[in-house]
Design a protein around this ligand. Sequence first.
Ligand SMILES: [Zn+2]
Length: 189
Amino acid sequence: MAMAELPDELFTAVGRVSACSAYLEDVLRFVVSSHTTGFVSHGAVILEGQSMDWLIGNGVAVLDSRLRGWHIVGEPPEPLDEVRQLRSLLKAAEPVKNARNLIVHGTWNPRCCWEPFPEKAAIWCKPRSTTPNRSSQVFHVSRSRYRQLASLEEAWTIAEVLAVATEIEDLAERLSDAQEAYEIAIEAE
Ligand SMILES: [Zn+2]
Protein backbone atom coordinates (compact mmCIF):
# COMPACT_ATOMS: atom_id res chain seq x y z
CA MET A 1 0.00 0.00 0.00
CA ALA A 2 1.29 3.43 -1.03
CA MET A 3 0.77 5.00 2.43
CA ALA A 4 3.24 2.53 3.97
CA GLU A 5 5.91 3.81 1.58
CA LEU A 6 5.69 7.36 2.95
CA PRO A 7 8.54 8.21 5.34
CA ASP A 8 7.97 9.20 8.98
CA GLU A 9 9.75 12.51 8.27
CA LEU A 10 6.87 13.50 6.00
CA PHE A 11 4.27 12.79 8.71
CA THR A 12 6.38 14.72 11.25
CA ALA A 13 6.44 17.70 8.87
CA VAL A 14 2.65 17.46 8.27
CA GLY A 15 2.10 17.31 12.05
CA ARG A 16 4.26 20.39 12.52
CA VAL A 17 2.13 22.31 9.99
CA SER A 18 -1.00 21.19 11.83
CA ALA A 19 0.32 22.25 15.28
CA CYS A 20 1.66 25.62 14.06
CA SER A 21 -1.61 26.28 12.30
CA ALA A 22 -3.60 25.70 15.50
CA TYR A 23 -1.36 28.31 17.14
CA LEU A 24 -1.97 30.80 14.28
CA GLU A 25 -5.72 30.15 14.61
CA ASP A 26 -5.56 31.09 18.32
CA VAL A 27 -3.69 34.33 17.53
CA LEU A 28 -6.19 35.14 14.76
CA ARG A 29 -9.07 34.58 17.19
CA PHE A 30 -7.39 36.82 19.77
CA VAL A 31 -6.85 39.62 17.23
CA VAL A 32 -10.33 39.42 15.68
CA SER A 33 -11.88 39.28 19.15
CA SER A 34 -10.07 42.42 20.26
CA HIS A 35 -11.48 44.31 17.22
CA THR A 36 -15.03 43.01 17.51
CA THR A 37 -16.44 41.76 20.77
CA GLY A 38 -13.53 42.33 23.16
CA PHE A 39 -12.39 39.60 25.52
CA VAL A 40 -14.57 40.34 28.53
CA SER A 41 -17.84 40.09 26.67
CA HIS A 42 -20.30 37.24 26.28
CA GLY A 43 -20.21 38.12 22.57
CA ALA A 44 -16.70 36.61 22.42
CA VAL A 45 -18.40 33.20 22.34
CA ILE A 46 -19.29 33.88 18.67
CA LEU A 47 -15.62 33.52 17.73
CA GLU A 48 -15.00 30.23 19.48
CA GLY A 49 -14.57 27.24 17.19
CA GLN A 50 -14.69 29.35 14.02
CA SER A 51 -12.52 28.26 11.08
CA MET A 52 -9.43 30.13 9.98
CA ASP A 53 -11.34 31.10 6.83
CA TRP A 54 -14.12 32.71 8.90
CA LEU A 55 -11.68 34.51 11.19
CA ILE A 56 -9.68 35.95 8.25
CA GLY A 57 -12.76 37.02 6.23
CA ASN A 58 -14.56 38.66 9.13
CA GLY A 59 -11.35 40.09 10.61
CA VAL A 60 -10.54 41.84 7.31
CA ALA A 61 -14.13 43.16 7.08
CA VAL A 62 -13.93 44.68 10.57
CA LEU A 63 -10.52 46.24 9.94
CA ASP A 64 -11.80 47.64 6.61
CA SER A 65 -14.62 49.26 8.54
CA ARG A 66 -12.08 50.78 10.94
CA LEU A 67 -10.05 52.07 7.96
CA ARG A 68 -13.10 53.95 6.65
CA GLY A 69 -12.47 56.30 9.55
CA TRP A 70 -16.00 56.46 10.92
CA HIS A 71 -15.67 57.72 14.42
CA ILE A 72 -17.49 55.66 17.01
CA VAL A 73 -18.68 57.74 19.95
CA GLY A 74 -16.67 56.98 23.07
CA GLU A 75 -13.80 55.34 21.17
CA PRO A 76 -10.41 56.91 20.43
CA PRO A 77 -9.53 57.62 16.77
CA GLU A 78 -8.07 54.67 14.86
CA PRO A 79 -4.26 54.38 14.59
CA LEU A 80 -4.52 53.81 10.82
CA ASP A 81 -0.94 52.59 10.19
CA GLU A 82 -1.32 49.89 12.83
CA VAL A 83 -4.74 48.85 11.48
CA ARG A 84 -3.30 48.64 7.94
CA GLN A 85 -0.46 46.44 9.19
CA LEU A 86 -2.91 44.10 10.94
CA ARG A 87 -5.05 43.93 7.79
CA SER A 88 -2.08 43.05 5.57
CA LEU A 89 -1.07 40.25 7.97
CA LEU A 90 -4.62 38.87 7.95
CA LYS A 91 -4.52 38.88 4.14
CA ALA A 92 -1.14 37.10 4.28
CA ALA A 93 -2.82 34.32 6.26
CA GLU A 94 -5.00 33.41 3.24
CA PRO A 95 -2.35 31.67 1.04
CA VAL A 96 -0.86 30.13 4.19
CA LYS A 97 -4.30 28.71 5.05
CA ASN A 98 -4.63 27.24 1.54
CA ALA A 99 -1.22 25.54 1.82
CA ARG A 100 -2.17 24.26 5.30
CA ASN A 101 -5.44 22.81 3.98
CA LEU A 102 -3.66 20.95 1.19
CA ILE A 103 -0.90 19.64 3.49
CA VAL A 104 -3.13 18.61 6.39
CA HIS A 105 -6.29 17.52 4.57
CA GLY A 106 -4.78 16.26 1.30
CA THR A 107 -3.93 12.67 0.38
CA TRP A 108 -0.19 12.01 0.20
CA ASN A 109 1.31 9.57 -2.26
CA PRO A 110 4.91 8.55 -2.94
CA ARG A 111 4.14 8.46 -6.67
CA CYS A 112 2.37 10.77 -9.07
CA CYS A 113 -1.17 9.67 -9.84
CA TRP A 114 -0.64 11.07 -13.36
CA GLU A 115 2.47 8.92 -13.94
CA PRO A 116 0.78 6.71 -16.55
CA PHE A 117 -0.15 9.84 -18.56
CA PRO A 118 3.04 11.96 -18.81
CA GLU A 119 1.43 14.49 -21.15
CA LYS A 120 -1.32 15.13 -18.56
CA ALA A 121 1.09 15.21 -15.58
CA ALA A 122 2.52 18.54 -16.76
CA ILE A 123 -0.97 20.08 -16.50
CA TRP A 124 -2.47 18.26 -13.52
CA CYS A 125 0.54 17.93 -11.22
CA LYS A 126 2.35 21.13 -10.30
CA PRO A 127 5.60 21.36 -8.33
CA ARG A 128 5.28 23.42 -5.14
CA SER A 129 8.30 25.46 -6.14
CA THR A 130 8.94 26.87 -9.59
CA THR A 131 12.62 26.03 -8.99
CA PRO A 132 12.33 22.59 -7.38
CA ASN A 133 15.34 21.06 -5.69
CA ARG A 134 15.84 18.09 -8.00
CA SER A 135 18.06 16.24 -5.53
CA SER A 136 15.25 15.90 -2.96
CA GLN A 137 12.54 13.31 -3.20
CA VAL A 138 9.11 14.75 -3.91
CA PHE A 139 5.80 13.46 -2.60
CA HIS A 140 2.48 14.01 -4.31
CA VAL A 141 -0.51 15.47 -2.55
CA SER A 142 -4.01 15.95 -3.86
CA ARG A 143 -7.31 17.12 -2.50
CA SER A 144 -10.76 16.73 -3.97
CA ARG A 145 -12.24 20.02 -5.06
CA TYR A 146 -15.83 21.09 -4.73
CA ARG A 147 -17.80 20.00 -7.84
CA GLN A 148 -14.60 19.23 -9.80
CA LEU A 149 -14.16 15.75 -11.22
CA ALA A 150 -10.35 15.76 -11.36
CA SER A 151 -8.26 16.78 -8.38
CA LEU A 152 -5.23 18.95 -8.88
CA GLU A 153 -2.05 17.34 -7.57
CA GLU A 154 1.07 19.07 -6.25
CA ALA A 155 4.58 17.72 -5.75
CA TRP A 156 6.29 18.76 -2.51
CA THR A 157 9.61 18.01 -0.82
CA ILE A 158 9.65 17.53 2.96
CA ALA A 159 11.71 20.74 3.28
CA GLU A 160 8.92 22.64 1.50
CA VAL A 161 6.33 21.28 3.96
CA LEU A 162 8.55 22.30 6.90
CA ALA A 163 8.98 25.77 5.35
CA VAL A 164 5.18 26.24 5.51
CA ALA A 165 5.23 25.35 9.23
CA THR A 166 7.91 28.00 9.81
CA GLU A 167 5.99 30.53 7.71
CA ILE A 168 2.84 29.90 9.79
CA GLU A 169 4.75 30.28 13.07
CA ASP A 170 6.41 33.52 11.85
CA LEU A 171 3.07 34.93 10.73
CA ALA A 172 1.51 34.18 14.13
CA GLU A 173 4.41 36.01 15.86
CA ARG A 174 4.16 39.03 13.52
CA LEU A 175 0.39 39.18 13.99
CA SER A 176 0.80 39.09 17.75
CA ASP A 177 3.44 41.88 17.59
CA ALA A 178 1.22 43.99 15.30
CA GLN A 179 -1.69 43.64 17.74
CA GLU A 180 0.57 44.77 20.58
CA ALA A 181 1.69 47.80 18.50
CA TYR A 182 -2.00 48.64 17.86
CA GLU A 183 -2.80 48.48 21.57
CA ILE A 184 0.17 50.71 22.44
CA ALA A 185 -0.94 53.23 19.77
CA ILE A 186 -4.51 53.26 21.14
CA GLU A 187 -3.26 53.90 24.68
CA ALA A 188 -1.08 56.77 23.42
CA GLU A 189 -4.14 58.56 21.97
ZN1 LIG B 1 1.86 14.24 -9.12
